[in-house]
Design a protein around this ligand. Structure first.
Ligand code: PEP
Ligand code: MN
Length: 356
């Protein structure tokens, strides 16, 4: 389906990169909302975010203040003069948000992964003219992301954008959600007119990753950033570790280098990011290989076997060498790589065997 896109056209907001949306993960109290918004406004931020309904992994946690918080956002709009943005996941959320003149709606990662929920939101938005930002689905599925956008576009919404918040992962990694930059890059190739916002808070899950992730998003030519900022981050009721004070946010934004890059897969920046992504994969795969190797060591120890079994070693070197050559790599290179991997593997196995 062809998307009919028009510019976001946010009143009073310049299109100079980055367009910044900031505010707490959740609206908690009226005081917290207004104090954060005032400080952000002082720092030059013009669009305020706050979650009113919070999708939590498990029941029993703080699930947002609900409609009670919408008048607080209305205050931010009327008294501080910022635009307001919140997350909607159901028909009722959309109706309530519209009633309180929310300026921008965003759709969360769990909702974007659910076609029924997306359709319900789209049906509610028929005939409404409001900018809608769709976060990537939690799982790395570009078609599902585009499908979610198509549903919203099908309702007649043309002021569409996306938020890249990373993809969930089972294994513990540096990032809370893997950036997998090639996915937003491919989305941009497919839908070049669609504004992309980076969400460093949810990708990193850690304050210290916000600055580098903002810079990476800018280096890739993203249009904007959505960052979680709280007047007292340590005491936040949700996502405390990934929020910064408005002051810190101002500092981070101030230090950003905004290069005039064209966002194309040909640009060297993008190719380098793809290399970084692959290097991450290589490291993860190697670590996985070493883990299995250590399991083998435990077995060898129990069965009183030697660590190095040369027949197996020769088989690995020969088979992988031949496979590498078929893929266009030199035989010597393949040997060097697998010898090094084997050496590390033996070192780790010896550690296990010699324990106790
Ligand atoms: C949020 O923005 O606070 C949020 C819940 O994000 P996500 O849907 O990306 O998890
Ligand atoms: Mn959050």
């Amino acid at each position: 389906m062809e998307l009919n896109l028009s510019p976001l056209n946010l009143p009073g907001i310049s299109t100079t990169r980055p367009i910044v949306i900031a505010g707490p993960c959740s609206a908690e109290t009226e005081e917290q909302v207004l104090s954060t918004a005032l400080q952000l406004a002082k720092a030059g931020i013009k669009i305020f975010r706050a979650g009113i309904w919070k999708p939590r992994t498990k029941p029993g946690g703080f699930e947002g203040v609900g409609e009670t918080g919408l008048p607080w956002l209305k205050h931010v709009k009327d008294e501080i003069g910022m635009l307001t943005a919140t997350e909607v996941a159901t028909h009722a959320h959309v109706e309530a948000a519209l009633k309180y003149d929310i300026d921008i709606l965003w759709i969360g990662a769990r909702t974007a992964a659910n076609p029924f929920a997306m359709q319900e939101i789209a049906d509610t938005l028929k005939g409404v003219d409001i900018p809608v930002l769709v976060k990537n689905p939690v799982n790395p599925d570009l078609e599902l992301w585009i499908g979610a956008l198509e549903r919203i576009a099908g309702a007649g919404i043309t002021r569409l954008g996306v938020i890249h918040r990373g993809f969930s992962t089972y294994e513990k990694k540096l990032y809370r959600n893997l950036p997998m930059w090639h996915i937003p890059i491919e989305l941009h190739r497919r839908l070049p007119g669609l504004p992309i916002f980076g969400d460093p808070s949810h990708i990193g899950g850690r304050r210290d990753l916000i600055a580098p992730l903002c810079q990476q998003a800018m280096d890739l030519g993203f249009d904007g950033l959505i960052v979680e900022s709280h007047c007292n981050p340590d005491c936040a009721w949700s996502d405390a570790k990934q929020q910064v004070t408005p002051d810190v946010l101002e500092f981070i934004l101030d230090k950003l280098v905004i290069r005039d890059t064209t966002f194309s897969t040909e640009s060297i920046q993008n190719l380098r990011h793809q290399i970084d992504e692959l290097d991450n994969d290589i490291i993860e795969q190697l670590a996985k290989r070493m883990r299995i190797s250590r399991e083998i060591a435990t077995y060898k120890k129990e069965h009183n076997m030697t660590v190095v079994q040369s027949a197996r070693y020769n088989e690995v070197i020969d088979k992988r060498g031949a496979q590498g050559v078929l893929c266009g790599m030199g035989a010597d290179f393949m040997r060097t790589v697998f010898e090094a991997i084997h050496e590390e593997s033996v070192r780790q196995q010896l550690e296990i065997i010699n324990k106790n």
